[in-house]
Design a protein around this ligand. Structure first.
Ligand code: ADP
Ligand code: MG
Length: 702
């Protein structure tokens, strides 16, 4: 990132408005108006070939006529003129273009967009947009947009892909009491994308946390890298995660990958905290912009009402930070500041008799106590107490505790006096919410952030793999004109990556099958091998536990007959003779090649009900064995592997290593492989390893 250029674009010291106007109602009018009303202090150069003066500023026919330097040019001329003015900006030495104009890729004119970016890059300029509202910066008093005013000042930054939401969110900062220093409208992302803005905001001294409204990322991997290296919290609201319109998939994994599951995984891996809706984005942003992360799981709730205490307890469990009882010394101390019928366990119920003093001493004591990792303070408005008094008590307690590395969030339930007190709290750096649930959710976001930060893992490649051998198998399949690989071909690739597969050999004649079964030295499995039959059991193409020459001959013929009946024109390679794997727990491994994030690996409980239960988890590949172990714990059925109901624990370590290798395989071969399934993979007791009995790879279309 060229910092000087990005600073010129997003914190411009001088601005030209190309297409500036004196006609109210035009965007070229609004942008100049916004600069004036926002109090912008740098020079403003309106560009308009037909006027000498615009809204009090001297106007120029072209940027080339402007005497001074220009950092950023806000462009509001029709799309077809944008490439031309871009070149003029380049000649002038402009650093960044804020292309507010629309009429580009969003209406099928991607060519104009590409052309603009190409010209801009020729001159080392960066392009924000097109099709955007503009940029807002309180610390620069810069409103270079057609949004009417700057947001409520604060420490957050917002990047929005939607223009309409950008303007609406700007306005709502005032009633929501969430302050922003910067807002960036990012529109079509022809050049500057989410990753760029994240990296730039990360180094911006007036930004405390970064909030994103995302419809779709363009380069998911780069975004993940930028987000991972950022040192500030990032909160993302991603729209468009419903299954509606998801494409049909050939594999189990493909059909399970819908509903934004890969996005979920990618955000978590990149340390990005999610927001569930707009309210949640603002609520979490408020906490993130004012409070440090919550570094442990011990959340303490202090309240004056049992009802809100129970509500908050439920919320804590819902958001993944279930309450534990406070240790004895904490309880003993807190019991001093409540009547007999209070409770010092957790929630700490000071009762309705609590006034400012009790709140202050108990908050100050507990906030400073080692056991407490985060504090939620609740208050129900009472006739006896003044909310403002309580608010000031809480603030004094926080200051008095000297604690700056733990978070606190507050919820006051009441009327106008409570509202005013909460506004005061927010102005004094303490996030305050109308609902106990919201306060707990905000605290959970600070916990999630800390957890994600600590979970970041680096992947170490397995060097004992034979990528060339795998690619040779793929080339061979391609040369036959196939994209669906048979189990035999798929397993050849798995083996090149050191994955433990059930030993499998192809037989093209009955005699060959008998010979291979004899060599297997035990019962075998016979399976149809055809690129046209993906789900072999559905075609009557699998016979397990086959023993003896007679049985092999009988089922050989039966499977062939079944396959022909199922699909008369199927291309049949032969019958696979496979060693029978001992019984164990069936799981599924799989992968998709996500349009945004590329290869992503999946793990879940296997068997025929996998698509119904949907108990699966995804990660963008590759994943380390440690991250893989975490995946095994992610699913609802995790206890089954851990040894539920007196069963011996399963070999999770071996499974995690296989999953990690699997992720390397699909990542290495991501240019070729579209989807894979290993279903089932049989997991044995601890120390006994795993066995992949079925394998399926679908190649990308050429
Ligand atoms: P498909 O999924 O195409 O129908 P599979 O190869 O998965 O075919 O076989 C169907 C089922 O047969 C598996 O889910 C598994 O329960 C069983 N099976 C397949 N191969 C073996 C094997 N080598 N050892 C033991 N059981 C097997
Ligand atoms: Mg299968």
């Amino acid at each position: 990132m060229d910092l000087e250029v990005m600073n010129g674009l997003l914190r411009p010291k001088s601005i030209a408005v190309i297409g500036a106007s004196n006609t109210e109602g035009k965007i070229g009018y609004s942008v100049v108006r916004s600069l004036i009303e926002g109090g912008y202090e740098g020079p403003v150069y309106p560009i308009n070939p037909k006027s000498n003066e615009i809204q009090g500023f001297k106007a120029y026919k072209s940027v080339l006529d402007v005497p001074g330097e220009i950092d950023a040019a806000a462009i509001v001329v029709p799309a077809k003129f944008v490439p031309q003015v871009t070149r003029e900006c380049g000649e002038k030495g402009v650093k960044g273009l804020i292309v507010i104009a629309s009429g580009f890729s969003e209406i099928g004119r991607a060519d104009l967009e590409t052309q603009t970016v190409e010209i801009a890059h020729e001159y080392g300029m960066r392009v924000l947009g097109p099709n955007i509202v503009g940029i807002l910066s309180n610390s620069d008093k810069c409103n270079a947009s057609f949004a009417p005013f700057l947001p409520l000042p604060g420490k957050a930054a917002l990047v929005s892909q939607s223009g309409a939401l950008f303007i609406a969110m700007d306005a709502s900062t005032y009633i929501r009491r969430v302050g922003f220093d910067k807002m960036i409208s990012i529109g079509n992302m022809s050049d500057v994308n989410f990753g760029d803005t994240v990296s730039w905001l990360d180094q911006d001294e007036s930004t405390g946390c970064i909030s994103l409204y995302i419809e779709g990322l363009k380069d998911g991997r780069r975004f993940m890298e930028n987000a991972l290296t950022a040192s500030k919290p990032i909160i993302a609201l991603k729209s468009g995660t419903s299954a509606h319109g998801a494409a049909a998939a050939a594999s189990h994994t493909g059909s399970l990958a819908g509903s934004g599951k890969v996005y979920d995984a990618a955000f978590e891996q990149a340390g990005v905290v999610r927001a569930s809706d707009l309210n949640n984005l603002f609520d979490r942003t408020l906490a993130m912009s004012l409070q440090p992360p919550m570094q442990g799981d011990s959340l303490l709730i202090v309240t004056n009402g049992g009802g809100v205490g129970v509500l908050a307890t439920d919320s804590a469990e819902r958001y993944g930070i279930p309450l534990r009882f406070a240790p004895e010394d904490v309880q003993a101390e807190l019991r001093k500041y409540m009547p007999e019928f209070g409770s010092a366990r957790n929630p700490v119920d000071l009762t309705g008799m609590a006034g400012r003093d009790w709140y202050q001493v108990s908050v100050q004591y507990s906030f400073a106590h080692d056991w407490v990792d985060g504090l939620v303070v609740l208050y129900c408005e009472t006739a006896m107490t003044d909310p403002q008094d309580i608010a000031e008590g809480i603030k004094a307690a926080v200051d008095g505790s000297g604690v700056t590395d733990k978070p606190i969030a507050v919820s006051f339930v009441g009327g106008e006096r409570s509202e005013a007190a909460m506004r005061w709290l927010v102005e004094n750096g303490i996030p305050a919410y109308n609902e106990p649930d919201t306060a707990v959710n905000a605290m959970a976001s600070l916990r999630e952030y800390a957890r994600n930060q600590n979970a970041a893992q680096s992947f170490v490649r397995n060097e004992d793999v034979d990528e060339a051998a795998a690619r040779a198998v793929i080339a061979n399949v391609r040369s036959e004109g196939d994209r669906a690989m048979t189990e035999i071909e798929s397993k050849a690739i798995f083996e090149a990556y050191g994955l433990p597969v059930a030993h499998t050999r192809l037989a093209t004649t009955e005699d060959e099958a008998v010979a291979k079964a004899v060599a297997a030295n035990g019962p075998v499995v016979l399976k149809i091998v055809s690129p046209d039959i993906l789900h072999k059991s559905d075609a009557g193409g699998v016979k397990v536990n086959v023993e003896g020459e007679e049985a092999v001959r009988k089922y050989f013929r039966e499977i062939l007959a079944n396959a022909k009946a199922y699909k008369p024109d199927a291309d049949i390679h032969g019958i696979a003779v496979q060693e029978m794997a001992p019984w164990g727990t069936e799981v599924i491994l799989g992968s998709v090649n996500d349009a945004t994030f590329g290869p992503a690996v999946m793990f879940g409980l296997g068997g025929i009900f996998v698509e119904i239960l949907k108990d699966v988890t995804f990660r963008v590949a590759p994943v380390s064995p440690e991250q893989s172990l975490k995946m095994l714990s992610d699913i609802n059925g995790a206890p089954i592997l851990e040894g539920a109901r007196g069963e011996t624990p399963k070999d999770r370590k071996a499974l995690a290593e296989v999953l990690s290798r699997y992720s390397q395989m699909i990542d290495d071969l991501g240019d070729e492989i579209l989807e894979t399934d290993a279903n089932p993979v049989i997991v044995y007791d601890e120390g006994d390893g795993v066995c992949i009995v079925d394998a399926r790879i679908i190649l990308k279309a050429e």
